[in-house]
Design a protein around this ligand. Structure first.
Ligand code: GLC
Length: 544
């Protein structure tokens, strides 16, 4: 590692941070079992930060790494106070924290709080009788008189949300797989224990948490049936959409109370934060922001995962989201994650660079999903290789989360340098072209664009903390906005279409800072009265 200066951590460091998401099973295998591990992440830290060649990210959010039967790839935890043996151990984790720290990288843990594994000792005890000490840690209900499930609730992953347990003669509730029973968050012992989990990892030096599936935390006290969705089409729609989920999820008031509890655990120094998985619109996200009195808990903005690549759609959402959140409520932008297809697969390869520029120039913390910086995408998973339990339970609807979880493409060696054994999911065929080694050598690669954008963001007060000022570009294919701080003003234009686009502004330009188009001459076109953007070009201008 060559030395690079790192400032000590400042309160609310996550506001200016760029966060990188690692799916640990797919990042780097060092044991030869075809699955990634913690040692693999340690080996690749220099790629992430600390050297002149690095990507330059400030934190990594790692999907769950606790002991787990991996029915849902770690989102089924057996022991919240340990590391899965296949991934490493606590000693390796401590090494990861300290090695990451040397490079200015904080570790963000996935906090799977809604449910555990059905093999978790808590659940084994809970199911053992109706009167054991953990009998009420989970959601147990008697069958209806005819023996059927207590109500009509559905599992997100298909089928009923209830499974009958012979031993207790009762049903238990699970928002996801039957292997993932939901905890009862109204039980104060559950709350205490889950707060201890946070303290345990904070004491080991983590910088924060990503709270999983938080919308599911509380259920209607009376367990009422949910109404049928009149727009549901059984031929084409996801079976979960057959009901309108007004009782089994998003019991907002109590969820927001838990956020206040977590605020307390995270402390007053604002050195740690939590971001919660919330599939909510801008107005509802605001409530989650407001719940955190210390402003250390925030909801994830997952809206941009579902938007079509159209200026009007993005502009509507960004303008509304940004104007709703005041200076205290810090936004975030997520363009890909482990639950949806990759951005390249959603909007096409030719638009990946301009999407990167958009994400890294908006007001709010960007979360970059591993491989997005390479333009990874285009994977086909043969039916016999499918691993995603959701896809297996409701096949054919195009859920297939595996396509976003394939091995990181490091170089053009066999298995893309990810492993020397056959990986748990196939490597994408395009790895000889799309890989870290090759892209680092190519000045015009998307990887080098990400590196430039991240470096620029870190140097620029306008791009990190500055205001977002929406503009009307006058061209339906161009999204334009200004980011402004006390000392800087930057104009950003993104051409969403494949065609050239002309725009005109009255501002005085002090220079072109960065374009996604390597051919743009940075001196030639600083007259903003007539700017012609290439198809899919994004461009950042300095304004006077
Ligand atoms: C979240 C995770 C997803 C997981 C589910 C159940 O949505 O992001 O991957 O399957 O929760 O834990």
């Amino acid at each position: 590692m060559s030395e690079k200066e790192h400032k000590p951590l400042s309160p609310e460091w996550w506001r200016s941070a760029v966060i990188y998401q690692i799916y640990p099973l797919s990042f780097k295998d060092t044991t030869g079992n075809g699955q990634g591990d913690l040692k693999g992440i340690i080996d690749k830290l220099d790629y992430l930060n600390g050297t002149e060649q690095s990507l330059g990210v400030d934190a990594i959010w790692i999907n769950p790494i606790h002991p787990s039967p991996k029915k849902d790839h770690g989102y089924d935890v057996i022991d919240y106070y340990d590391i899965d043996l296949e991934l490493g151990d606590l000693e390796t984790f401590d090494l990861l924290v300290s090695e990451a720290d040397k490079r200015g990288i904080k570790i963000i843990m996935d906090y799977v709080l809604n449910h555990t594994s059905s093999q978790n000792p808590w659940f084994l005890e809970s199911r053992s009788s109706r009167d054991n000490p953990k009998a009420n840690w989970y959601l147990w209900r008697d069958p209806k008189p005819d023996g059927s499930a207590p109500n009509n609730w559905l599992s997100v992953f298909g089928g009923p949300a209830w499974t009958f347990d012979e031993n207790r003669g009762q049903y238990y509730m699970h928002s996801f797989l039957s292997d993932q029973p939901d905890l009862d968050w109204r039980n104060p012992e559950v709350l205490d224990e889950m707060k201890n989990v946070l303290r345990f990892w904070l004491n080991r030096g983590v910088g924060g948490f990503r709270a999983d599936a938080i919308e599911h935390l509380f259920k209607d006290r009376d367990f009422r049936d949910e109404p049928l969705n009149p727009n549901y089409n059984p031929e084409t729609d996801n079976p979960y959409d057959a009901l309108i989920h007004i009782y089994s999820r998003n019991q907002r008031i109590e969820i927001l109370e838990i956020i206040k509890e977590i605020d307390e655990v995270l402390g007053n120094e604002k050195l740690n934060f939590m971001v919660s998985e919330t599939w909510l619109c801008a107005e509802d996200l605001l409530e989650y922001h407001q719940a955190s009195e210390k402003k250390v808990c925030m909801p994830m903005n997952l809206n941009t995962l579902g938007l079509p690549w159209r200026v009007d759609k993005f502009k509507d959402f960004i303008d509304k989201y940004d104007s709703l959140l005041n200076k205290d409520h810090w936004p975030n932008y997520i363009f890909s994650n482990h639950d949806v297809s990759r951005i390249v697969d959603r909007i096409g390869e030719s638009k990946a660079k301009s999407a990167a520029m958009l994400q890294l120039t908006l007001r709010g913390t960007p979360f970059i999903y591993y491989g997005a910086e390479l333009g990874m995408g285009g994977v086909r998973i043969p039916p016999e290789s499918i691993q995603d339990p959701w896809e297996k339970q409701v096949p054919g609807l195009g859920i297939d989360r595996d396509v976003a979880r394939t091995p990181m493409q490091w170089n053009d060696d066999k298995y893309a340098g990810f492993s020397n054994a056959d990986p748990w999911l196939p490597v994408c065929d395009n790895y000889p072209e799309i890989n870290v080694k090759k892209e680092l050598e190519d000045p015009n690669s998307i990887l080098n664009l990400y590196r430039s954008l991240i470096a620029l963001r870190h140097q620029s007060s306008a791009l990190t903390e500055g205001d977002y000022l929406p503009l009307e570009s006058g061209n339906e294919n161009v999204l334009a906005y200004i980011r402004e701080s006390e000392t800087e003003k930057k104009l950003i234009m993104i051409n969403f279409s494949d065609d050239e686009a002309e725009v005109s502004f009255e501002f005085t330009c002090a220079g072109i800072i960065l374009s996604t188009n390597s051919n743009r001459n940075s001196n030639a076109e600083s007259n903003l009265k007539k700017i012609v953007l290439e198809g899919n070009e994004g461009c950042i201008f300095e304004l006077q």
